[in-house]
Design a protein around this ligand. Sequence first.
Ligand SMILES: Nc1ncnc2c1ncn2[C@@H]1O[C@H](COP(=O)(O)OP(=O)(O)O)[C@@H](O)[C@H]1O
Ligand SMILES: [Mg+2]
Length: 388
Amino acid sequence: MPDREARISGELYIGLMSGTSVDGIDAALVDFEPSRPKLLGHCYQPWPQAIRDRLKKLSQPGDNEIEQLGHADIAVANHFADVVSELLRQTGIKPWQTRAIGSHGQTVRHRPGADHPFTLQIGDPNQLAEKTGITVVADFRRRDMAAGGEGAPLAPAFHAAFLRSSVEYRVILNLGGIANITLLPADPKTGIIGFDTGPANTLMDAWIHYSQQHRFDAHGAWAARGQVISELLDRLLDDNYFKRPPPKSTGPELFNLDWLNQYLVNQSNYRPEDIQASLCALSSHSIIQAINQYAPDCERVICCGGGTRNPVLMQQLQQGLDATVETTAEHGIDPDQIEAMAFAWLARQTLQHLPGNLPDVTGAHHPVILGGIYQAWTNDSEKVDPAC
Ligand SMILES: Nc1ncnc2c1ncn2[C@@H]1O[C@H](COP(=O)(O)OP(=O)(O)O)[C@@H](O)[C@H]1O
Ligand SMILES: [Mg+2]
């Protein structure tokens, strides 16, 4: 197929991402040659409800965790392998044409503030390498943590490499379960910082699931029907996390229904849709506050992640910020694929012996080469291209 051969440079990587929303797995096939990453294909598979429930349960302390973790580690790897197979089938690419998979894994616990700080992503890379026949780079976060960092966020290095401008101050805003920002000043001599601002979708998802058994608030329609309860919003915004200076990172370990319930005690008069509206406002206000405080000169906020499909959230951001608000689509990068693309790039950094963390972002003492490498087993005779 001459067309396809012309498109492939031999620098193909697959990025695999499943974020804190536990919605599903994103797989992106990325070509890194000549210079800008080019998305050749992508595939999304939602988690089956049973495994989603197991993963959510595992992200909170519970019974028999080691046994549960062991099973989930393999089950998640099997799903990752299925998504990779489907991506390869759709794109017509053979495993040997790719250099590696960068697999973020599914976070089941992120405790950067613990006495012994730790973070845990599952989806056994040994299984993934065996099942796909592709080298896997995985376990990206723990080396940064070992170097004194939060282990998160890691996408900022990718944002800096491909979305920084020399003429305007940009902020990249990822609206996943958690919201994280990367501040990209125009002056290349000014350092880059980035951090988790707090919830983006995770509390809205949890509240609509609890109240209405929907997985998420499609297009923010339920939040749009409610009125923001300003005294509740003020109390939520008073949480210490929003006041802490960066570096900082968080997850559903903190921002969950238990966290919300502390503020709802004796408040049975609140309407559920007003609580949803207040949670949406909590996300937008905490993001706006963080950008205004740490990037007051920002001219453009470039958004990605599932929250870009929530027009209520997007409108509040546009109204509250003194900058143009748009998505990465305006810059040629699919907002739903950028995180998976970032992990494809991080795998490439690792194989090229280059660091993947930004110490000013994560708080690490120094840049580090991230992740472990799980080599593909290859029978060289299988690598011979039958077309040659
Ligand atoms: N059509 C939509 N309307 C509103 N919110 C949406 C829509 N589609 C996705 N989302 C939100 O985006 C979340 C998934 O975003 P994603 O970027 O995949 O997050 P994560 O990285 O945490 O997995 C969903 O849980 C949901 O809250
Ligand atoms: Mg997701």
